[in-house]
Design a protein around this ligand. Structure first.
Ligand SMILES: [Zn+2]
Length: 138
């Protein structure tokens, strides 16, 4: 069993008014990595897809993949293509529930946004993860 002590939140960096379904994510990552880099994907309707087995190392946070899980939500760019927290109510609800489930499974894990990791120069996931989820309990 690999030890998971980080849960890293991402956005798909796609526009909030364009669909980026799980099938598109899988295809895109298949081309880039040969597999899906995130473990979970939350579409705008609040559906949670498991896109990679938790025991398999993902490809989402350079230098931290071996010890982390990647959770991505569909969106992160507004209609003009600017970084923005575009999560729908359904996505927020789904994300909270998913994180509660993951924290129960991995009680020592810390929840962070991609941009909170050192040397990450992106806005991903376009909201303050620590402020919103650091205190999450089961
Ligand atoms: Zn990211």
């Amino acid at each position: 069993m690999r030890k998971i002590d980080l849960i890293v939140i991402h956005c798909s960096a796609t526009r909030c008014n364009r669909d980026f379904p799980v099938t598109a994510l899988i295809r895109c990552h298949a081309d880039r990595f040969g597999f899906t880099g995130y473990h979970y994907y939350i579409t705008r309707d609040g559906t949670v897809y498991q896109t990679r087995h938790e025991q398999l190392v993902g490809a989402h946070a350079k230098g931290y993949n071996s010890r982390s899980l990647g959770v991505c939500y569909e969106g992160g760019l507004n209609a003009q293509g600017k970084p923005e927290d575009t999560r729908t109510k359904a996505q927020k609800w789904a994300m909270t529930n998913l994180l509660k489930y993951l924290i129960k499974k991995h009680p020592d894990a810390q929840i962070l946004g991609h941009r909170d990791l050192p040397n990450v120069h992106k806005d991903c996931p376009c909201f303050d993860v620590k402020a919103e989820y650091a205190g999450i309990t089961i």
